[in-house]
Design a protein around this ligand. Structure first.
Ligand SMILES: [Zn+2]
Ligand SMILES: [Zn+2]
Length: 312
């Protein structure tokens, strides 16, 4: 049986001006653009490491060259891993201990001020969104600009970002300190201010400011947890069920979602806390517009250092 043919969007009908047809075409193009996947399954398969098999680091026959393009055997990945120093390790330990202490103190001091109302929920969600956006900005800046040979920040801060693109599952072999040291460090000044405020201000002021305190506290917790969440998004075996549930419900960064970032040349989906902002930022062309502006002003090419390490 022949199926009825759909009416072409621009078929002229009696009494209908072609203006409505144009509107239809425009709306249909908009819908196609908005609904189009950011990366296709084929792009993900051909241009990123297969993480379902994290230790074998399988590469498709079409992308195998004389050197491995990613994984722990990649020469650049090995060189970057060797730059992790004992001094850096000590700094990470100190930051983890200080951050955890401040987090527990702030939580205990906040407990007696908590009251259930909608404004507190809004403040908490805004805190999580801010953490997601901050993770995107820091990740984008570190992936896109600067070089490992820059003094101070190169080896200590940019190195893990370069290593992560050419050996994405190295993060799954890092322990708690190496995974979380830098993110815990960022939150220390804000958590210290919260503890100081809770200890030094009287209850009336704390109650008045409590939504702001909750906003910053939740933001710090999610910023601190960002790289742990990121590590879970690369872990395909042995994750606790509650973590998998949080990923499936998209409360934290889901595994399939983060694979879109790991498609070379790693130019989108930079938010790695919840990933809630990735789709809207991509559709707004937020990162590519920023890169065009910076390149026009400075002449620096985005991801030049990242490409250099990938080609080692
Ligand atoms: Zn990246
Ligand atoms: Zn990643």
């Amino acid at each position: 049986m022949a199926l009825p043919l759909p009416i072409s969007p621009c078929t002229k009908r009696d009494g209908i001006s072609c203006l409505s047809c144009e509107h239809f075409e425009y709306a249909s193009t908009m819908a196609t653009t908005l609904l189009a996947p950011v990366k296709t399954e084929r792009q993900i398969l051909e241009h990123s490491m297969s993480e379902d098999d994290p230790n074998a680091n399988i590469q498709l026959p079409s992308v195998i060259g004389s050197q491995p393009r990613w994984g722990p055997r990649h020469r650049g990945a090995q060189e970057l891993a060797e730059l992790y120093s004992p001094g850096k390790r000590l700094q990470e330990w100190v930051c983890v201990v200080v951050c955890c202490t401040l987090c527990v103190c702030a939580g205990l001091l906040m407990a007696r001020h908590i009251r259930a109302d909608a404004s507190l929920l809004v403040a908490a969600i805004a805190g999580v969104l801010t953490a997601d956006f901050a993770s995107g900005v820091v990740h984008w800046a570190a992936d896109t600009w600067g070089a490992v040979d820059l003094p101070l920040i190169g080896k200590n801060f940019l190195r893990p970002f370069r290593e992560h693109h050419i050996d994405p599952t190295s993060i799954t072999r890092h322990d708690f300190i190496e995974t979380n040291g830098d993110n815990f460090a960022i939150t220390i000044p804000v958590l210290a201010r919260i503890v100081w405020q809770l200890l030094s201000c009287d209850d009336v002021i704390v109650n008045k400011e409590f939504n702001w305190i909750a906003y910053w506290y939740l933001c710090c917790i999610f910023v601190a947890m960002t790289n742990q969440i990121h590590k879970w998004s690369h872990t395909y075996f042995g994750l606790p069920t509650w973590v998998v549930c949080l990923q499936e419900w998209h409360v934290i960064l889901p595994r399939r979602h983060h694979r879109i970032h790991h498609v070379a040349p790693h130019e989108t989906y930079f938010c790695i806390t919840t990933g809630w902002l990735n789709w809207p930022l991509e559709k707004l062309r937020f990162w590519s517009t920023l890169e065009l502006i910076i390149e026009a002003l400075t002449g620096c090419k985005p991801r030049a250092d990242d490409m250099k390490w990938a080609q080692k």
